[in-house]
Structures are given as C-alpha cells and as structure tokens.
Design a protein around this ligand. Structure first.
Ligand SMILES: [Zn+2]
Length: 237
C-alpha cells in the first residue's frame, strides 16, 4: 500500500521515474537485447554519493561484477582519472563495462523533496545531506567554499556547483534544482574521464546510465529518474 502511495508522490515530481526493480530489468534487458552485451561479463562502476542509504540502490544491478566505487559526497566521481583507469583495467576478458551514476534526493509521503525518514529515526533527515548543506550555505550570497584537505569533497562539491548558484536559489524547488545541477556536474565528469582514459579500455563498448536516485522510506524500493542511457563505442571518443 505504502509503496503504491510513494509511487504517486514520486511521479508527481519525476513522471518518468521507475522503481529499482523495473530500472534494473529495463536497462539490463536493453544492454543484452539491443546492444549484444553479455551480462555475465560486465564490470560495473558506480558514481553515487557515499551515503549509506544508497547502498541498496546500487544493488539493483547485483548480477554484475563490482561495483568499482568512484563516487564520493554528492555522487561526484572523486576517484578521478586514476579511478577510471583502474576500472578499465579490471574489466573481464572480452567483457563490457557499465557505469551507473548520479546524485540522490529523499522524498517523504507528504511530497517534501530533500528529506526522508532514515532507518530507526523518528524525525526526517536531509537527503542528500551534502547537497542540502551546500544549499543552506548558498542562501548566503557572499559564501565561497574554501578548499580544505580536511573537508575536501564537500568543498569541491560546492565549488563545482557555485556557477549554478543563482539558478538554484531562484528556482521554485531549490532542493530539486541543486540535485539536477549536480547531475550535470557528474555527467560531464564521467564523459570527460571516459574521453581522457579511452585508451585504457580493452573493450569496445561501455554502457552508461545516469540519473537521479530518489530515496523513499526504509524498506521500500527506491526510484530512479534516468536522464541518460548510452552504449558508447569507446574508441570513437
Ligand atoms: Zn548524499
């Protein structure tokens, strides 16, 4: 019952979102049937936020090898070009690669975005915590992140979102807007690293799936709003 209610609430904000199981069946099916990828030889990399709440969402693809974890706070691929190179070197012989990436956002049954009920907590908490922290700091127009080795990921995340600050603050739904802006940052970095590391891949095809993970209540399926699915001929980049 609750799952069905969440389905309506999620689709009000993200009409194209699919639940975890539908997402995995849909995209694994496409990889296999439309692109001739042998699913039993696919290594997955993820670039999603470190948050514990995302662990179940990356297991929607748990028939694949991996994951190689590229993501840090907010879902940015902090493992960088070295991480992408290592991932490329770990792909099974005559296998394929799959990269699943994107930010996450919580939702409550009341339809509030950026919040969720976490396991065994009475009150709602922020999700994504890193993005909601960045958003609260961006409310101050004078705020500038200072790169600091003891809070490196958060500062770099905020720095990469700073060019979108005005657009985020002026949006009708700031929580959704900062999440969408983060998706764009991650998507660009994944493409940049694939291009710079293309000669490290011993395979022809790299499948990528990017979008926004939507966290519902604990124990219920998460949702995924796909923004980009592509099977890239890696040597043509
Ligand atoms: Zn997060």
């Amino acid at each position: 019952m609750l799952q069905r209610k969440f389905d309506q609430v999620v689709k009000r904000h993200y009409p194209n979102a699919m639940d975890a199981k539908d997402t995995s069946i849909h995209y694994l099916g496409k990889m296999q049937n439309e692109h001739g990828i042998n699913i039993s030889k696919v290594l997955m990399a993820t670039s999603v936020c470190s948050d514990d709440i995302n662990v179940p969402s990356t297991t929607f693809f748990n028939v694949l090898f991996g994951p190689f974890i590229m993501g840090g706070l907010g879902g940015l691929p902090f493992a960088g070009e070295t991480g992408m190179t290592a991932f490329a070197h770990h792909i099974p012989d005559a296998g394929s690669a799959f990269i699943f990436y994107g930010p996450h956002i919580g939702i409550t049954l009341e339809g509030d975005l950026g919040k969720m009920y976490r396991p065994r907590q009475e009150e709602t908490g922020n999700s994504c915590g890193a993005l909601m922290l960045a958003l609260s700091r961006f409310q101050d127009g004078e705020y500038k992140p200072v790169i600091n080795e003891n809070d490196y990921q958060q500062m770099k995340l905020e720095e990469s979102l700073l060019p979108s600050r005005e657009q985020i603050i002026n949006s009708d739904n700031q929580q959704k807007a900062i999440t969408d802006a983060t998706y764009e940052v991650i998507d660009k970095k994944i493409h940049d690293y694939l291009r710079t590391c293309k000669n490290e891949f011993n395979v022809e095809k790299v499948a990528i799936l990017g979008g926004v993970i939507i966290n519902t209540d604990y124990g219920l399926d998460d949702y995924f709003d796909a923004r980009n699915f592509d099977v890239i001929d890696i040597k043509s980049l």
